[in-house]
Design a protein around this ligand. Structure first.
Ligand SMILES: CC(C)(COP(=O)(O)OP(=O)(O)OC[C@H]1O[C@@H](n2cnc3c(N)ncnc32)[C@H](O)[C@@H]1OP(=O)(O)O)[C@@H](O)C(=O)NCCC(=O)NCCS
Length: 245
């Protein structure tokens, strides 16, 4: 009798987990960019006309400004070669927001083959389904403090998302990035843009000689989705419960 009720209990538990997994997965599909028309960000009244703020790609002569901005915005140091690459190598999608001839925002991203994803992030895609696909990786995104909360980063991100969802980029199934767990402004920003917490990366960063934890955030596009698995939909909730308060 006890055995029968145990079996019944496990069947009910299994059904509850399955239903929750389906419900959460369908919600996560709803929060994919595929199912949302990204609203054009409304720039703040600080920019009195659309011509006030312009977007353009970086060029080699921007290198000194870019270095100054990155030093101001990010607690990690980039090597010299990185600055040279992002301002000259067309493999990077290096976009600047320019206000009165000055760079006020930057988004540095790249689209790469899925087999070039680092070991710690391999799990963002189901390897069997996506062996020939590409992914977008956001290396950096920053806006000058005076211009924050005016929609500048949203504008930069939207430009990249439009690029990776164009018909010639349909092989790009996900956009991902890393962020310090303590960077709540960036986390809120990415969550507002439907990125979802994928994994926790302990001691991922070195900031002022100290190890700091990071998160991987992912946005699925062009029909991409997380690896199939019953427990996958719960991971975000567990990670958030554990690390974000
Ligand atoms: C994160 C960052 C790029 C956001 O740039 P931004 O131009 O201010 O972003 P937007 O104005 O487009 O913000 C859009 C939404 O993001 C969220 N957001 C942005 N900054 C936020 C903050 N400080 N606190 C809470 N939510 C914030 C809000 O939901 C905001 O919408 P709202 O203003 O209508 O509430 C900017 O704060 C920054 O440069 N930070 C320093 C560099 C950095 O940490 N980069 C990220 C590395 S992964």
């Amino acid at each position: 009798m006890a055995e029968t009720s145990d079996v019944g209990y496990f069947i009910m538990l299994f059904m509850a987990i399955t239903l929750e997994a389906l419900r959460t997965y369908s919600n996560s599909k709803d929060s994919n960019r595929d199912n949302h028309v990204t609203t054009s960000p409304y720039l703040s009244p600080l920019f009195t006309s659309a011509a006030d703020l312009q977007l353009r790609f970086l060029c080699p002569s921007d290198i000194d400004q870019v270095k100054d901005l990155c030093k101001e915005w990010f607690p990690i140091q980039y090597p010299e070669a990185w600055y040279k690459d992002i301002t000259s190598d067309p493999r990077f999608y290096s976009l600047a927001a320019v206000y009165q001839s000055k760079l006020v925002g930057l988004l540095i991203a790249e689209v790469k083959q899925s087999d070039a994803i680092n070991k710690e992030d391999k799990g963002i895609l189901d390897g069997r389904m996506y062996s020939n696909c590409t992914v977008g990786y956001i290396l950096s995104l920053g806006v000058c403090s005076r211009f924050r909360r005016q929609g500048v980063a949203s504008l930069l991100l939207d430009s990249f998302l439009n690029h990776v969802t164009q018909s010639e980029n349909q092989t790009c199934k996900a956009i991902y990035l890393h962020v310090l767990t303590m960077n709540s402004a960036a986390i809120r920003f990415y969550e507002k843009h439907y990125f979802r917490l994928h994994s926790f990366l302990p001691y991922y960063y070195s900031v002022d000689g100290k190890c700091k934890d990071g998160f991987t955030y992912v946005l699925y596009i062009n029909g991409g989705h997380p690896p199939w698995g019953l427990l996958y939909p719960f991971l975000e909730k567990v990670l958030k419960y554990r690390f974000i308060h």
